[in-house]
Design a protein. Sequence first.
Length: 320
Amino acid sequence: MQTSSTTDAPDTGTTAEWMQDRALRAAVWTARRLPYERRVPVFGAFARRAAGRFTPFHRRMLENLDYVWPDMDLDRRREIAAQAGDNFGRALIEHYSMAELAERMSKVVPSGPGADALLQMRQDGRPIVLLTGHYGNYEAARLSLIASGLPLGGLYRPMANPYMNRHYVDSVEGLGSGPLFAQGRQGMARMLRHLKGGGAAMILNDLYVGSGEEMDFLGKPAMTGLSAAELALKLDAALIPFYGIRNPDGLSFRVEIEPEIPPSDARTMTEAFNRSLEARIEEDPGQWFWIHRRWKRKWNRGKGMAPGLHPAALPRRKSD
């Protein structure tokens, strides 16, 4: 297991960040006293209640939903926000129950129209960039692919809170389930070596990227990173969307592998991924993490602060 540069550096966060981390650790420790089958729904229910109250996360989810689906009635938006909160809570405690999740996912065979082709690429030693988003549980999908014999690393964006980031990364690295690459020069260099050696890397591509390009996502302009597609083109790697989709029982998953996005140019390929993820969100919107400020505008890119911006597009909210 390769260790990220984040875990090598000392924690230098604030007292408030340290306290946030300790609160999370206490909640995780308490939840882990329960059997896995109880632990996951309990954490989901806790997050669902938090998402259903007047919190910044609750407001942000409702604003995002109103922004992309303005004709949807408020009750339906609240229902989706509650479902998204439940899924977020489940995914969070599943992350801190990684060994048990890995055992479960080792029995899940990846399916979908791209599954057989992915296996062939692995046998041929072709580099593979697997694209996904904050939908269902991407770690569950990654663990399933690792169990199937794919050397799948993961690129991640370090959290702002260094204490929570250390805890989050350690929970994956302690399992020895594949290399992690922190965003940045050193992490990218390690990921390039991994891919050039015939490996595969998972990249989440559904967050705001100020250095990206503006393109349509769920009918609204969103700053979107092109680096995953650029990387695939540079290395002649396959660019493949995939998803870990939570089943109705709330505990199990299916792993869907879509066909390779045909190589063309980075923008066209990234737009193809946007359409893929949009289809998943529209099919089951409660599985996507609506808490992210996906459509925010900033002064240095896009239109910035302009009269009449929807709250979901504001460059910044003081309480965020």
